[in-house]
Design a protein around this ligand. Structure first.
Ligand code: EPZ
Length: 421
């Protein structure tokens, strides 16, 4: 298992370009199941989750061809309707094949994804939406089995107790594009990745309105064509580099990003004392001394993203005062705080609230990554810690960050990847 060795203490300087958004690319790849024509997806990042999704699609019978960073997919041949546990267990987003398989073939069998390190990950809203479209859904032997002769448009409300669901909105949208009549999703997730999926489906010929607002309307069409598409840049990767600049007291230009997708993050970085300049496709962050403490709570888009909470926790660990961070989206997304404590951070977690008393410095230590964004937080902490930090189990990181060590290295960080000794 690979690990990172980081020698802290160097401010980051320079410019870095972010990849396409993992969380946009994954549903878009699954959506290629909706058409028998070829789809070309550009600038696809080399991430473990993307490889898993492509493996799943290939296992279903989709032809998958790479040329550089473009992936061409064609679901024109015989397509299986069942997504096996062995692949779906590796990545929750495997669940995204449910909507397209059901929408196009009237039948889908997908292994239940199970929980993960950030807490329970229920799928009730996905199933509620598909049932509203007329599918008969059964959960048996760890699989969801859904059937319908042809789905029929319907009105539904998809919000759960913690707000809208990105995954359920995407899955239902994909199922509804080939349904008979109009579907109205109220309480839809407004995340940019949902909007990008709607844009892709639109290119295939789907009729979707209101993506990015709480009400999405889908008018079903008979069939979809192919498309050539470049997904949006990764706002979480961009946010991670922005925090790295602020935390190390450096100055980093984050290129190929969409600052408008990061408004809540830019606000909080400014409140923490960093200087942030936004341009159309880039933002530049300059760290100015010790961060100021913050009070922040995660929320559905356009609120502060849960996927950047862990990175901010690392920033606030060295703030000049006490911060309060509330995680409102996932129930157990504070595992990184225990590892940060091993590096000298003073963080008390009670339920969904973390109280962080900033310390002047962190000290390098051996720490263990528990999930994707928690790993990023540990790497960020390692960049400012005194001495050497070893982050183990970075396979979590490889699921969502492309060549993180070489991108950070190019900005001046001392970080190297080591395999098993
Ligand atoms: C997506 O997960 C992202 N994953 C997550 O990215 C991200 O943290 C999350 O959205 C929130 O922004 C992908 O896009 C592949 P949700 P998703 O359904 O769709 C509850 C990362 O690090 N809920 O919006 O699974 C759920 O428990 C990650 O890249 C139900 O109650 O998230 C949570 O509390 C991890 N019932 C809330 O809704 C359901 O049926 C939001 O979850 C579905 C969800």
């Amino acid at each position: 298992m690979d690990r990172f060795l980081i020698h802290g203490g160097r401010p980051l300087f320079g410019s870095v370009s972010v990849a396409s958004a993992k969380n946009a690319v994954l549903p878009i790849l699954a959506a290629c199941l909706l058409t028998e024509e070829e789809c070309a997806i550009r600038n696809v990042p080399a991430l473990e989750d993307v490889r898993t999704m492509l493996k799943l699609l290939a296992a279903l019978g989709v032809s998958v061809q790479h040329s550089g960073r473009t992936v061409r997919l064609c679901a024109g041949g015989r397509i299986a309707r069942s997504a096996p546990y062995d692949i779906v267990r590796r990545m929750r987003a495997g669940y995204y094949v449910l909507g397209p398989l059901l929408g196009r073939f009237g039948e889908a069998r997908v292994s239940l994804p199970g929980g993960c390190a950030i807490g329970a990950r229920p799928v009730d809203l996905h199933l509620k939406g598909l049932e509203a479209l007329g599918a008969r859904v059964e959960v048996e032997h760890g699989y969801v089995q859904a059937r319908a002769r042809r789905l029929a448009g319907a009105a539904m409300r998809l919000e759960g107790t913690r707000g809208p669901s990105v995954g359920a909105t995407a899955n239902v949208m994909m199922a509804a594009v080939l349904a008979r009549g109009e579907t109205v999703i109220d309480g839809a997730a407004r995340e940019p990745e949902v909007v990008d999926l709607a844009a892709f489906l639109g290119r295939l010929g789907a009729d979707i309105r209101g993506a990015g607002t709480p009400t999405v309307r889908v008018r079903g069409v008979r069939r979809l064509g192919g498309a050539d598409f470049r997904p949006i840049p990764d706002r979480v990767e961009a946010g991670t580099f922005a925090v790295a600049a602020a935390l190390t007291g450096g100055r980093v230009q984050v290129r190929n990003c969409r600052p408008e997708h990061l408004a809540a993050v830019v606000d909080k970085l400014g409140e923490a004392g960093a200087e942030v300049t936004c341009e159309r496709r880039s933002l530049t962050v300059t760290g100015r001394g010790r961060p100021r403490p913050l009070c922040l709570g995660t929320a559905p888009y356009p609120g502060f993203p849960t996927d950047i909470q862990a990175q901010f926790t690392a920033l606030l660990a060295v703030a000049d005062g006490t911060s309060v961070v509330t995680e409102n989206i996932f129930e157990a997304r504070f595992l990184h705080t225990m590892e940060l404590a091993r590096m000298g951070a003073d963080i008390q977690v009670s339920g969904s609230v973390a109280v962080i008393r900033g310390v002047p410095r962190l000290s390098g230590a051996q720490v263990m990554a528990s999930d994707l964004r928690a790993s990023a937080a540990l790497v960020l902490a390692g960049l400012v810690a005194e001495g050497e930090t070893e982050v183990r189990r970075i396979y979590h990181l490889d699921r969502g960050y492309e060549r993180l060590e070489s991108k950070l290295g190019a900005l001046g960080a001392r970080i190297e990847r080591r395999g098993d000794d």
